[in-house]
Structure formats: C-alpha cells, structure tokens
Design a protein around this ligand. Structure first.
Ligand code: ADP
Length: 364
C-alpha cells in the first residue's frame, strides 16, 4: 500500500464521529496505524479519553467505513485509550502523580454536586481510567459516606505522607479525615486551604489519570483561594435548572474564568423527574436552564441527570448508582456525562511542563 493511500484511509477514519461524544475522531484521539492491502486492513486508534463502553460501537463504525470504501476484507481494529496531562494555571505546578485534576463546583449547596462527583468518578473508572477522589467540601464532607469508607482513615508509614483509603478501586481523601466536622465554621475556614494543600501534596496518589475534586459550594473567599491554588486542568459546574441556582452557577463559572481555569462544561442535575408509578416525565424545576446557560457562556452542556429517588437512596447508602445499577437510566446518564467531560478535556491543550525542564535563573 502506498503512503498516500494510507494517508487517505487515515484521513477518512479521522472524520468518523465517535459515538457518545459526537465528535470527529481527530478531535478526541488519532489514528496511529491505518494500513490496507488486497486482503487485510489494520487500524489502530488512540483515544484521548476513557471510553471502554464506546469501543464496540466505534469499531463497528470503522469497519463499516472501510467496507464501504474498499469492499470486504479481513479487518483488524485495535482501540486503546491514553489520557494525557493537560495544562494547569500558569503560575502553578501540576501534581507529580496526577495527570489531570478536575474540580466539580457549584454556585450553591444542595444541588447534588457531591453526588454527581462520586458518580462521575466511578463512571470514569468504569470506562478504564485510573481515578482518585478528593473531598474538599468543608461544609459537608460527604464523599466517604457516599463511597462507603466513612469509618476509615488515611494511614502513614513514615509520619509524613498519607496513604488514602481505597473505595471501589479509587483512592479517596477527604477534608473530613483531617478536620473535625463539629468545629465551628469560623475555625474551619482559615484552616481549609492549608489542609487541602496538605491533602494534595502529601497524599501518596498512585499514578492517576484523573483526580476528581469535590469543591466547597459557593463563590466566596475560600472557593476563590482554592481555585487559585489547586492546579486544575478544568472545572465543571453542577446546577439544577431553577433560575436561582442558575444565577449562582453563573457566578461559579465566572469565578473560574477569572482565575484562568477552563470551564469544561455544565451539568444539569435533577433535570427531569420520572414518576416512579407511571413513568411520566416532568420538569419539576423548569426546563432548558442549563442549555441556555451553556449557550450564554459558550460552554458545553455535558449532561442532564434526572431527579431519581434511586440516585439519593443508592448514593447516600454508600453504593452510588453507577455501580449499584450500571444498566439503569441514572448510571447511563452519568456514564454519558463522564465520557463527554473527559472528551472535552482531551480536546484541550496539553501540559508540556513535564517534557521541558524548568529553567531557573539564579543570581550567583
Ligand atoms: P451538594 O454536594 O450540592 O450539597 P449532595 O450531592 O449532597 O449536594 O446532594 C444533596 C441531596 O440530594 C442528597 O441527599 C443526594 O442524594 C440528593 N440528590 C442529588 N442528586 C440527585 C438526583 N439526581 N436525584 C435524586 N436525588 C439527588
């Protein structure tokens, strides 16, 4: 096969729309091998985001495209994921063992931010990524409960670093492990950035593709400081469709923009309610709010999660919906949202700081 024929094949495969995220392959991955001769075709695809659940459908689309263009032959398709590290705020250094920190934020409390964070983390892990979760929500560190490790604590072999508990295959650190939740807020506030820095720097994170950080809700001083000090690759805003929550969400989005953290998109939680008796779908909190906000700020609406009793029961019971009922509607909604989030991040600039040595100019 000639080089130009390979290029033609590679180019047409790059235009295939990746299922689930509806982006051309060239946007979220690349064709690393595309060869074809009389009897055989060999295609290797490198995806930039974890998508085990999409491989079969993507492979089918690749086979159909080759069949269509070149006729029947033996086709071998290999698809692998490689998550790269993406850039962080210019004045910060990425964490050594963590490719990407993703902040999950909300303009106000009670919109389902923590619930969304744990389910997204589990969905990314289920799609094949190495994932950790960091609970930075000082107002109510609920992640250990949601992941069923509330009785556990990090351990330390050397008195310096902390080894975090592991839940459902993910490392979990929580501000709740370090601060006394009964302490009044006035004390907790100033301690929090210090405690969070400690959790980030001194935790023995194993090589992670994603560290999902559940941020404290709101846009006050604490939140601003955290968004300036945590080296994040991107932030996601969780909101309900209600106007008031949306107003708060807008403030949250602007806060990240102000400190140069890319906003990967918006997740509309409690989007619709499906009646447990009759299956009727209702927009309890209004409809279209998240989509409108996404349009206004030119960001993606990454997903819409239904208001579903099972989500509350399962997540508050320590077994979030993504693993409790992986084939049901809520789990599917979380998985789709996680894939879109990760694909969005894959489209962002890479982090080159690890490849180039830091140049330090010293006065001697
Ligand atoms: P936040 O972190 O924003 O304060 P939580 O994640 O703690 O909010 O959620 C608040 C409550 O709402 C919890 O009891 C949670 O189980 C419930 N909840 C969150 N999202 C949903 C949903 N989509 N459907 C049903 N209940 C939900």
């Amino acid at each position: 096969m000639t080089v130009s024929a390979e290029n033609t094949l590679s180019k047409s495969l790059s235009e295939i729309v990746v299922p689930g995220v509806d982006r051309p392959l060239a946007d979220v991955g690349r064709v690393s091998v595309a060869s074809i001769d009389g009897e055989r075709a060999q295609v290797d695809i490198l995806l930039g985001f974890p998508a085990a659940g999409l491989f079969a459908e993507l492979e089918a689309r690749i086979r159909a495209a080759i069949l269509d263009e070149y006729g029947p032959r033996k086709i071998e398709v290999r698809i692998v994921t490689k998550v790269t590290a993406h850039g962080v705020q210019r004045n910060l250094k990425p964490l050594p063992n963590v490719s990407n920190i993703v902040a999950i934020a909300s303009g106000k409390g009670g919109v389902g931010k923590s619930t969304t964070a744990v389910n997204l983390a589990l969905a990314l892990s289920g799609e094949g990524a190495k994932v950790g979760v960091l609970d930075a929500d000082i107002y109510g560190p609920s992640i250990p409960l949601m992941l069923g490790v509330s009785g556990e604590k990090p351990t330390s072999a050397d008195g310096q670093s902390m080894t975090p508990p592991v839940a459902h295959g993910m490392q979990v650190m929580s501000i709740g492990f370090l601060i006394d939740p009964d302490q009044p807020m006035v004390w907790r506030g100033p301690m929090v950035t210090q405690a969070l820095n400690q959790m980030l720097q001194q935790t023995r994170w194993s090589e992670l593709d994603y560290l999902i950080v559940d941020m404290p809700p709101g846009t006050g001083d604490i939140q601003l400081t955290l968004s300036q000090q945590v080296p994040v690759s991107g932030a996601v805003i969780v909101t309900t469709p209600q106007d008031i929550a949306l107003l708060d969400a807008r403030k949250g989005l602007q806060m990240f923009r102000k400190v140069n953290v890319p906003v990967l998109g918006i997740i509309e939680n409690m989007s619709t309610h499906i009646c447990t008796n009759c299956g009727h779908e209702e927009h309890l909190f209004g409809s279209g709010g998240g989509a409108q906000m996404a349009l206004d700020y030119d960001v993606d609406l990454l997903g819409q999660i239904p208001l579903d009793l099972r989500i509350r029961q399962q997540t508050d019971g320590g077994l979030p919906s993504v693993i409790a009922e992986p084939n049901e509607g809520p789990a599917q909604a979380y998985r789709r949202t996680a894939q879109r989030l990760a694909a969005r991040l894959a489209m962002q600039g890479r982090d080159y700081s690890a490849r180039f040595p830091r140049i330090v100019v010293e006065d001697t």
